[in-house]
Design a protein around this ligand. Structure first.
Ligand SMILES: Cc1ncc(COP(=O)(O)O)c(C=O)c1O
Length: 482
């Protein structure tokens, strides 16, 4: 019998999957929904009593699964804030899966976890004073940051909230109406309740209004509500707006609240000189998040939370000591075996114990591109949004809904005499997805429904951007003249 991990099997498996992925990336297959019956028919089976063996699985993987994957790799894919990973990042991810399936113990992977966090902090203008921890995405990264805020705010009042809960304390989080919904979910998970998030109105450019923010804090102060955190977004999901960080941070300070900046998408925008001034005040942040799986093109599953002092994370998230984990660890400096220490105890800085090594992936991207390569990519994507805005402005069948700040451009089809532009643009969007290679998502800006391409896809070129504008005009014309 062939041993399950024979090198010849392993290499043959990787080679076959690699060939199938190359085919897939050529993008010559139609959308998987056009042959749904075929692949659901092939995959629909009861739990097998007997396995089919590795080769059988690889056969099914390359035949029935890979060719029916998602469209995230296509150059015209601009939905939400997600893209397919780049080649080096995929290779690094595979290497980590095999060579370090956990981020702990004293290995090169544990080392790169920290080094890459330091690089990321420097790249994003956080300097060297902030320390980080990786987690699975912006949702968890926000949760970790707000967990630190909860710990800090209640410690000031003599309560260890991680150990004792909130007791009778009433607390609130302040974020703009345009902030990501994970802020509310975090408040729910942290025992504050979703309704403890005060959604502060934003201005007509979708930025948090600091006057309204101060007013909400003042009202709560009068009612004995603890101001837990002010959340500003550096790059909102809907339009890419950047909240006025300095003013928000100063209001947070004045009321004794933690200041959190959600830069899941937009923090890297600081690399573009044209928008860098909008990040003024970032240094006031007590916590900041950024998602390498967004604009850096890392595989899905990587976000980073940064705080000034990780001991607050330790107090907020440490597990109680566990016999099976304490072992006979020694000081990492004196260790002679990689298993004598967990290395930096990331598991105590967040909510995950088992976790993949993610740092090697971020390291691989930053080594591949360097600061200048990442900067060029960010500027190019911001250029795409501006190019599209220009095309929209120069065509009277198109209407700009938000002036691009980063790499999102919201716009829609319009035509004199058509009243229900929302429905019309929903139809245009449906037809884009079904009939064209241009795949934006949609949103509502100041009450108007529109198309919302977010350019973070490294495969996009300027022709694709023009192609989108042309396709929207063509489809809108067809729909309105039929
Ligand atoms: C500003 C912002 N924060 C948080 C998130 C949540 O990130 P994730 O989807 O990685 O959990 C997103 C997602 O798009 C986002 O845009």
């Amino acid at each position: 019998m062939v041993p399950p991990f024979a090198a010849e099997d392993r290499n043959a498996y990787l080679e076959r999957v690699g060939v199938a992925l190359d085919d897939f990336l050529r993008g010559e297959h139609a959308d998987p929904m056009t042959r749904r019956d075929q692949w659901t028919g092939a995959l629909e089976r009861p739990l097998p009593d007997e396995g089919i063996g590795g080769k059988g699985v690889i056969d099914e993987l390359v035949r029935d699964v890979v060719p029916n994957g998602g469209r995230f790799n296509e150059p015209g894919f601009w939905e939400w804030i997600t893209t397919a990973p780049t080649a080096v990042a995929v290779a690094a991810s595979l290497a980590a899966t095999v060579a370090s399936p956990q981020r702990y113990t004293l290995t090169a992977f544990n080392y790169l976890e920290e080094l890459s966090l330091e690089w990321l902090a420097q790249l994003c203008g956080l300097g060297s004073s902030m320390k980080g921890v990786y987690s699975s995405g912006g949702s968890v990264a926000n949760l970790v940051a707000l967990g630190a805020a909860r710990q800090w705010a209640l410690e000031q009042r003599g309560i260890d909230s991680a150990a004792e809960g909130l007791g009778a304390t009433r607390a609130a989080i302040y974020a703009s109406a345009e902030s990501h919904h994970t802020i509310m979910r975090s408040a729910g998970v942290l025992g504050l309740g979703r309704r403890s998030v005060r959604l502060i109105p934003s201005d007509e450019q979708q930025r948090l209004n600091p006057v309204a923010l101060a007013r909400a804090l003042e009202v709560d102060k009068g009612q004995g509500v603890v101001p837990l955190a002010v959340v500003a977004t550096a790059g909102t999901t809907n339009t890419g707006a950047i909240d006025p960080l300095r003013e928000c941070g100063e209001v947070a300070r004045r009321y004794g609240a933690w200041f959190h900046v959600d830069g899941a998408y937009g923090l890297l925008g600081i690399l573009d000189d044209r928008v860098r001034p909008l990040y003024d005040g970032l240094e006031l942040a007590d916590s900041v998040i950024v998602d390498p799986h967004k604009w850096l093109g890392a595989p899905t599953g990587i976000a980073a939370t940064f705080v000034r002092d990780r001991s607050i994370l330790h107090r907020a998230f440490t597990q109680e000591p566990a016999d099976y984990l304490e072992g006979s660890f020694s000081d990492p400096a004196n260790a002679r075996s990689s298993l004598e220490s967990m290395g930096i105890p990331y598991a105590d800085f967040g909510v995950e114990l088992s976790s993949p090594a993610r740092g090697v992936i971020v390291w691989s991207i930053l080594r591949e591109l360097g600061r200048s390569g990442v900067t060029r990519r960010i500027q190019r994507d911001n250029d795409f949004a501006r190019q599209l805005a220009e095309a929209v402005r120069s065509n009277d069948r198109l209407e700009l809904l938000s002036e691009p700040v980063l790499s999102i451009c919201c716009f829609r089809y319009r035509r004199d005499g058509i009243v229900d532009l929302d429905s019309l643009n929903k139809q245009v969007h449906r037809r884009l997805l079904r009939e064209t290679p241009y795949l934006p998502s949609t949103t509502v800006v100041n009450g108007s429904f529109g198309l919302r391409p977010c350019f973070i896809n490294p495969r996009t070129s300027s022709e694709h951007v023009d192609g989108l504008a042309d396709a929207v005009v063509r489809l809108g014309d067809e729909l309105t003249s039929s």
